[in-house]
Write a protein that binds this ligand. Sequence first.
Ligand code: 13P
Length: 286
Amino acid sequence: MKQANFRYAPVLPFRANPITMGRHIHLIKQLFNNNMTRRLLIAGNWKMNLTLSASLELADGLKQAASSVADVDIAVCPPSIYVQPVAASLKGSNIGVGAQNIYFEKEGAFTGEISAAMLKDVGCQYVILGHSERRNILGESSELVNLKTHAALVAGLTPIVCVGELLKEREAGTTEQVVRRQFDGSFSGISAEDMKKCVIAYEPVWAIGTGKVATPDQAEEVHAAIRKMIEKNYNKEVADVVRIQYGGSVNDKNAKEILAKPNVDGALVGGASLKVELFMGIVRPV
Ligand code: 13P
């Protein structure tokens, strides 16, 4: 049986009979030592889209459609102004809510900014940090992403920290160097215990919104490299628990193969997260 099937069906495919159990122990251990401890996290990044009523309609549709999903973590990240109403409407459901950005200061004279604590206060659980659109359009550096990562953790938000190379960097063969620079910069000074709470999203910039998805092997190669970076900077225990999502043109057709890769622990979805059926087709790919 393929590993992917285990990840969607954590109930082991045999009876817990003490006589036959022994024969399967090595298999159970192997499963738990690999990625059985990492639940998939499928998160929708709504970016700067939708109105209030469309956001609530989408949240409601997802709430109904995902109500029976128990083995995958699901989150939606609406524009900041819709975080509170969406969080209120999803309260008590199995869908978490995230923001797309924060400012790193706690409070004060920072016109136009929103703190991590404010988002936490209105029911937010996750925050996407260092998305390539913020890095490349708004000029965010890894140093700034690092300050925000610290601030998110202090406030009790789960940071989803994005890394990923530009097309010209991939073509120049510098993907791993670029990702390592972003990784080292964004997680500087984060303790091992805090690192375990973080999620990393590998989003090759050339795959975002282009319909040009990375192949499952391309994604796995970088995800495995990122896991090695975690192990090098921390240790294997930390590396084994940090979830690494893939993002970039994920849809209901390509999700299954990408999510089947051992180091891919979920998806950060843009365009396809704006429609209930498409997003659910990634949560439950067939
Ligand atoms: P698309 O899924 O639209 O390519 O966007 C990916 C993304 O940027 C998610 O954060």
